[in-house]
Design a protein. Sequence first.
Length: 239
Amino acid sequence: MTKLSVNINKFATLRNSRGANNPDVVKAAVDAQLFGADGVTVHPRPDERHIRYEDVRQVKKIITTEFNIEGNCREQKFVDLVLETKPDQVTLVPDDLGQLTSDHGWDTIQHKDYLKEMIGRFQQAGIRVSIFVDPDVEMVEGAAATGTDRIELYTEGYARLFAEGRKEEAVAPYVKAAEKAKELGLGVNAGHDLDLHNLRFLKQHIPWLDEVSIGHALVCDAIYLGFENAVQLYKRQLQ
């Protein structure tokens, strides 16, 4: 079964726009799991423009499903937070400072030694590690050499081509990358720009997906459809 992890960053973006605590990010995490999500994802950034570091601590206290923290391990504050809160999974993303949203995976060959060191630190703390990679077989092979437990396929390219009607072309490199990961014993996650239109097609072609992390599209759908309904609709795409 492919798990759905709901990224709650956008709830924090909305909250921060008014300065109070509406919507309540911790309640959003509780509701996500109440409505059927298999996990909750947060992605704190150094400027805390959406999820704040204290949010992560508070969510960790109440989470009963799987907890995934995404971020850049080049930031010592992020590393310290992960080691303090000990989520089920940490997803390492090579964001630049001030980057609007994640837009590329790790060069797992160039940064192999660095990643191996950081992955080892998290694993020693009992945290499963996933690293963000582009759908490139060479990068997947490089990921295996770092000792990571999983990869997360960066799916923006898939979503863009899918929206243009080029479905088979869109999914082909992801299937190859996922097959290589499976061959090498790596778990496979996926995320970025996945939505109710393109999720099922990806799942059908990579049925062994372990997890998808979805935030922006799901929260946008929740505005029109309701949060509980949106979670259930996304879960249905993964069946």
